[in-house]
Unconditional design. Structure first.
Length: 277
């Protein structure tokens, strides 16, 4: 039911579409890959799935094949007519929109759990995942295909090379893990990087009960100088009394702290008030 490499080539030729580098378009052309993604997403009859960047519909068809109800979001106005031609006969609803600017409550409603499954453009993958975690609480799970480096940042834990501010922001609202790798050969055009599949499961409540803006500001300040000790990276923001209250060594580096430790540091910094001059 999904598209083969030859069928994708025919669609591109007949429609006169050339994949847009600006939009990060790399179309999946391998039926085994899209069916594997649908299996990993664990969706089926009764599930509601939203796909971002549906492109020509290869993954869309694999998702519809599971029996799930699918809404496909696509930004490219030249691709949308072809996408409609391919997937609407499978009962898929196609929405032409920019996912970063969508009113998600209007599109998906406030109630019920949705699953996001998407081959995300490399240039917007990270901000899009963070935006969805913040603004689309009706999406309870995600399975996203992203550039390997971006995926490793989304799923990294303390002490890992890829761990950074993005990792903490994801961990604040969700649990993320790498669940697979995807070679460049399954795309047209072939990207020069490897892709990974990342599973993201929203937490019922944020990992720590602190002011989000304060937490993220502290995390960003700490990772802005990740090789420095926190005493130096957070100078003027956090002093020794706060480190002591939070049970965190001032000599530690940002990459050593998990989201719970960042939460303690934020809570204690807030309680202590401005650092004494």
């Amino acid at each position: 039911m999904t598209l083969t490499r030859r069928e994708v080539a025919d669609l591109l030729r007949r429609s006169g579409i050339r994949p847009s580098r600006a939009l990060g378009q790399n179309f999946v052309v391998d039926p085994n890959t899209v069916r594997r993604i649908a299996r990993l997403a664990a969706v089926g009859p009764g599930d509601r799935v939203v796909e971002i960047g549906a492109g020509l519909g290869s993954l869309t068809l694999a998702l519809a094949e599971t029996g799930a109800s699918v809404v496909a979001v696509e930004l490219d106005r030249y691709v949308v007519p072809v996408l409609r031609e391919v997937v609407e006969r499978a009962g898929v609803r196609v929405v032409e929109a920019d996912a970063l600017r969508l009113d998600w409550a209007e599109l998906l409603g406030d109630g019920g759990a949705w699953v996001l499954v998407a081959n995300l453009p490399y240039n917007v993958a990270t901000p899009l995942v963070l935006t969805l975690l913040e603004r689309a609480p009706m999406i309870g799970r995600m399975l996203v295909m992203v550039q390997r480096e971006a995926g490793e940042r989304l799923a990294a834990g303390p002490g890992e090379e890829a761990y950074g501010a993005v990792s903490v922001k994801v961990a604040y609202r969700a649990e993320a893990r790498l669940v697979g790798r995807v070679p460049p050969t399954v795309f047209v055009p072939q990207p020069k990087v490897e892709s990974v599949l990342v599973s993201v499961t929203r937490r019922p409540e944020p990992a720590v009960a602190v002011d989000e803006a304060r937490l993220f500001a502290l995390v960003e300040a700490g990772f802005a100088h990740r090789r420095k000790m926190l005493r130096r990276a957070l100078a003027g923001v956090v002093d020794d009394r706060v480190f002591a209250a939070a049970a965190i060594r001032p000599e530690a580096r940002a990459e050593e702290l998990g989201v719970e430790a960042w939460g303690r540091l934020t809570e204690c910094a807030t309680a202590a008030g401005p650092s004494p001059s």
